[in-house]
Structures are given as C-alpha cells and as structure tokens.
Design a protein around this ligand. Structure first.
Ligand code: F6R
Length: 248
C-alpha cells in the first residue's frame, strides 16, 4: 500500500483536504455529484477543519457533495453528544453548504427488526449513486476500519456488529466510563469500503505504529482488517512520522 509519511498530522491533513477539494471541484465542473465516504473519530478532525476553512476562505462549495458515513453506535440518539451524527454536524456539515438531504449516516435509533433492511438499502443507495468516489478512513489500534473488527470477512457488507473490548475501552474516557459505551454499532462492510474508487487511511501517533506495520507489511488477514486494503488498487495510507516508526 503506498504510504506517505508526513512530519506532522497537520501537514498531512492539509494534503488530504486538498485532494478531497480537488475532487469536489472536478465533479462540480462535470455537473456531477461527488460521493464521499466519511469517517469520524479524532483522526479526520483537522481534514474537516481544513475543508471548512476552504469553504469560508476559498469558496469551496459542497452543494454537489453527497456523503455516507462509515458507522454509528447502536443504539444511539442522533442528537446525543456521543453520536457520530452530532460529530459530523459539528465538525463539518453545519459549517458548509451541503444540503441537509445529502448526508447519510447509519441510524442509531432503528428498531432492531429493521436494521437488516436498513443496511441493505444503505448499500443500494450508494450503488445507485454510482459508488463512493472517495472513502476516508481512520484505523483502530486493533486494525478495524469503520467498525469492521478483527474477524470481519473481506466480503462483509453493512451490518450490525458487536464492538471489541479494545474499541469500547478506547472510547471509555470520552463516554465517562466503559459501561456507558454502546456494545454495538452499525458499520459499512469491508466490501463496501473496498468498492470505493479511492481510499485514504489516516493514522497519527505512536499508538497506531504496530497496527500500521501489520497492515502495510504483514499478510492480508482478518486479524488486521486494514490489511485488506492491500487488495485495493487505489488505496493510500497518509500517516505522521510517529505512526511510521515501526515500518522497515
Ligand atoms: C470512525 C471509525 C473508526 C475510527 C478508528 C480510529 O468512523 O470508523 O474506524 O476511524 O476507531 O479512531 P481515532 O481516529 O479516534 O483514533
């Protein structure tokens, strides 16, 4: 997997924001929508901040952007301070001119018996839109992409998943205790991600170094779902020097 190492996550995030902005403008010039797959968590925050800045200062318009987020906790109210819905509104959507009907996240309040049907429709909608032009990813310390935890198959689709202990533990401080972190989430599948035309994975800091080494230099294995990206022809890892310390 092509891996670009930056001195700082800020420089790296700016480069990613420029790639996304260029794609949005190119699609707009063609009169087409730009279909983005988006991630939450700490890794993409500066990318979103930079896109907001480009909207304010450089006139970058999001009117032709249509987005699908990777995942949402389940159960989760959309206006909860812990929800990925709220995160996306606060980090990006509320600060740009994307129409409110253009962004989509998995539903954290669906009744259990409607989840399967929802997941199928979510994928169908992406396909009917022409597929994801660009998928932004972070990576869990255990190698998860979206919430495809270790053990997720390469042909997995959008579904309800039980979160790993390590994933819940990583979120515990934010939620004010492990017992407050939801046990489940709805996530795009590995196949859903691999079907994107372009994939960019972000990783900052030394706590990601071991899993980055495994994903880039190790075998393709369900033990490290990010390693599946080795099979994608157009995926790039954008990492800082700290996340790169274990690469040979
Ligand atoms: C978030 C997501 C997760 C995170 C990953 C890394 O939508 O799908 O895979 O990208 O847990 O999280 P951070 O960036 O907080 O280290």
């Amino acid at each position: 997997i092509p891996t670009h190492i930056y001195a700082s996550s800020k420089d790296a995030s700016k480069a990613v924001a420029i790639e996304i902005a260029d794609l949005i403008r190119k699609k707009a010039a063609e009169g087409k929508p730009c279909i983005l797959g988006l991630a939450t968590g700490s890794s993409p925050k500066t990318v979103y901040a930079e896109l907001v800045r480009m909207h304010r200062e450089e006139g970058l318009s999001f009117k032709n952007v249509v987005s699908y987020n990777l995942d949402e906790y389940y159960p989760m109210e959309p206006d909860s301070i812990y929800s990925y819905h709220r995160f996306m509104k606060e980090q990006l959507f509320d600060h740009v001119d994307i129409p409110t009907t253009h962004y989509h996240l998995p539903g954290g309040t669906l009744p259990a018996q409607r989840i399967q049907e929802f997941c199928k429709a979510y994928e169908q909608e992406i396909e009917e839109a022409g597929g994801l032009d660009f998928q932004l990813l972070g990576i869990g310390g255990n190698g998860h992409i979206g919430f495809n935890e270790p053990g997720s198959l390469i042909n997995s689709h959008t579904r309800l998943i039980t979160l790993d202990h390590s994933t819940r533990a990583a979120a515990a401080a934010e939620f004010g205790g492990l017992h407050k972190v939801p046990r489940k989430a709805i996530t795009m599948g590995v196949t859903t991600i691999l079907n994107a035309k372009r994939v960019v994975l972000l990783a900052w800091g030394e706590r990601k170094a071991a899993v980055i080494k495994g994903a880039v230099e190790g075998e393709v294995t369900e033990k490290n779902p990010a390693s599946y990206l080795q099979t994608h022809g157009n995926a790039t890892f954008i990492i800082d020097q700290h996340a790169a310390v274990e690469l040979t």
